[in-house]
Design a binder for this molecule. Structure first.
Ligand SMILES: [Zn+2]
Length: 342
């Protein structure tokens, strides 16, 4: 079917144009109502890219996928790494993607570059939680907490069917719960945050510090092309029986398990959904978190709360970004639309 510009295939808002700006990749997609990605494109997100360059990357990716499916660019939902003002769409200062993203008025700038298209912006963890509730393992669940363990550690809580935003839209920063007051210094300045112990970069940093100059050799030839050790290399070294890697992973596993018990006690959720590349690389962390909740959370939460793996993984941000464009799909307790002014 041929369509003219600014015309939608479906007046209900589907298919939807979605962007996911992460620390490594910027992805765009056309998302169908059932969560199918009808077209997708991506480019590297370089931390040294300026704000205008990032906006141009976004514009170009959106134009590409919209043209592929043959829809006009009237509305774009954007999921972005780190904290963002959900009303103004101004990025605060994401810990994993500084550079041009920090302080970027993404909503207004992207809208301007897209000839006035409506742009709504949501924090990636909030987008992922919405996606899990609509398309993933939390389908139909009214009380759950989403936790991602990746380059950073973040979370989002949906309680009584409402996404918890907080005054500034910054609620859910589970990665900056301190689980060890004497632990490593976190990027936020505090000691012992979950993110400083169990994120991918934290695993690599702790392994390098313990191993010294031989760290990369010990992790075999698995270090990334840039020569920098990554979290996945520590997992690989552990699989080869490296005692230092095993110890670091075990302490991270224990920290995640302890945090899962805290989350269960705080929110009494039906589910704790855990996603992210580091969680995928260490499936025993999930089992351990589930066991810890079963044993250590208060009753009856310990009988209620289940720990489950995300079913969406890398597409969760895109799917959630598409959902914030749908009327009624993303209302807060105060009736404020996520990503919009009203
Ligand atoms: Zn922190």
């Amino acid at each position: 079917m041929m369509t003219t510009r600014m015309q939608r295939l479906n007046p209900d808002g589907w298919p939807a144009l979605a962007l996911d700006i992460g620390g490594t990749w910027c992805r765009a997609a056309v998302v169908g109502e059932d969560g199918t990605l009808l077209a997708r494109a991506k480019s590297r997100t370089f931390p040294e890219r300026s704000g205008p360059e990032i906006v141009e990357d976004c514009r170009s990716l959106i134009a590409k996928v919209a043209a592929e499916v043959g829809i006009g660019i009237t509305d774009v939902g954007v999921s972005v790494t780190g904290p963002v003002n959900p009303q103004s769409g101004v990025i605060y200062s994401p810990p994993n993607a500084q550079g041009g993203l920090a302080g970027l008025p993404l909503r207004t700038e992207l809208s301007r570059r897209l000839d006035g298209a409506q742009v709504l912006v949501v924090k990636d963890t909030n987008a992922a939680a919405l996606a899990e509730q609509q398309f993933g393992v939390a389908r139909g669940v009214r009380d759950f907490v989403y936790l991602t363990i990746s380059t950073g550690i973040g979370g989002a809580a949906v309680i009584q069917d409402r996404l918890i935003l907080g005054v500034d839209g910054c609620a859910g920063e589970i990665g900056h719960v301190s689980v060890d007051p004497n632990g490593p210094v976190c990027g936020c300045g505090r000691r012992g945050c979950l993110e400083s112990i169990a994120s991918g970069p934290a695993l690599a940093r702790r392994y390098s510090a313990a191993r010294g100059a031989g760290a990369i050799d010990n992790a075999s030839a698995s270090a990334s092309a840039s020569g920098n050790l990554e979290g996945v290399d520590v997992s690989r070294a552990a699989n080869e029986g490296d005692a230092v890697a095993l110890e670091i992973l075990d302490s991270a596993r224990a920290a995640i398990a302890s945090a899962a018990v805290d989350i269960a006690n705080l929110y009494n959720p039906a589910l704790i959904v855990i996603g992210g590349s580091v969680a995928r690389a260490n499936p025993e962390w999930l089992t351990s978190a589930g066991d810890a909740v079963d044993r250590l959370a208060l009753s009856p939460t310990r009988e209620t709360t289940q720990v489950v793996a995300s079913g969406l993984d890398d597409d969760a941000g895109l799917l959630g970004a598409a959902l914030i464009l749908q009327s009624g799909a993303a209302q807060t307790a105060h009736g404020t639309r996520i990503g919009g002014e009203n």
